[in-house]
Design a protein around this ligand. Structure first.
Ligand code: 15L
Length: 262
């Protein structure tokens, strides 16, 4: 029988594109979806179906036989709540309903912005309080709680990865703590596809000497990279940040619209 595919949402986005190129194999075909067509040539063993995550029927029509859904589709920056409601809140809900219907596991691209109002320097484990730093972080916290509900009530397995800063290399001081290398992202995804998950949360962070986030038990043998290798050049080029961004783990997201009287 033909191997069952994996669904990747957000396939036209920055991380989606990387995952599409990295994950597809003859024994692991990928169905890619996004609201916009990918701006890259489709890798072998992939096919693309356009869908708006806010459209329940369009999401449910993507297929009925996925083994896993990598949910990377979302608005990825801070916006008004109304602008996040469709892609991020309805979107994650529809994706979990599709997973439930397919008996697929979900790997959810959560974000450090779900916990962004913890102060810098405070070490967190994955059981820390949710402290969203905006409507975007709140939408990711919603996704994590939805994952919890769908595990407890429907047995949908999931891994929520609280991704730090997934970039080719660290570019600013905060990244020395928050950086997730592409290699370490791929390692996490592979572990999420193969290990027993239950309802799991993991930090999407490399083994950075200055990191603030530590897992009780590392998935997939733990990270292999460390932002410290870039510390010299990052520190040399560092600009003075605003005090609110500098105080909290979520950085500039925390400062957006901040008007609390100290
Ligand atoms: C995120 O969740 C964003 O999608 C990404 O663009 C970065 O801002 C990242 O967090 C970060 O915190 O560096």
């Amino acid at each position: 029988a033909a191997p069952l595919p994996i669904l990747l949402t957000g396939a036209s986005g920055g991380l989606g594109r990387l995952l599409a190129q990295h994950l597809a194999r003859p024994d692991r075909p990928l169905v890619l979806t996004d609201i916009v067509e990918p701006a890259y040539d489709l890798p072998e063993h992939t096919r693309f179906i356009a869908a708006d995550l806010a459209d329940r029927e369009a999401v449910m029509r993507l297929g009925s036989e996925f083994t896993a859904i990598l949910h990377f589709g979302a608005a990825s920056t801070e916006r008004d709540f109304e602008a996040l409601l469709g892609p991020n809140i309805l979107g994650v809900h529809h994706v979990f309903d599709l997973a439930r219907a397919c008996r697929a596991r979900v790997i959810f691209a959560s974000s450090n912005h779900a916990i962004g109002f913890h102060r810098r320097g405070v070490m967190l484990d994955e059981d820390c309080d949710l402290r969203p730093d905006g409507y975007y972080g709140l939408s990711k916290a919603y996704g994590e709680l939805l994952a919890r509900l769908y595990w407890d009530k429907h047995g949908v397995e999931s891994l929520s990865i609280r991704i730090g800063s997934c970039e080719e290399r660290p570019k600013e001081l905060r990244h020395l703590s928050t950086w997730l290398s592409f290699g370490d992202l791929f390692r996490l995804i592979e572990a999420g596809l193969s290990e027993d998950l239950g309802c799991r949360i993991a930090w999407g962070v490399s083994g950075n000497a200055r990191r603030w986030w530590v897992d009780h038990e590392a998935l997939g043998g733990g990270p292999g990279d460390d932002a410290e290798a870039y510390a010299g050049e990052v520190i040399a080029g560092a600009a003075e940040g605003d005090p609110i961004s500098a105080r909290y783990q979520g950085g500039t997201f925390c400062a957006l619209g901040y008007d609390r009287q100290e």
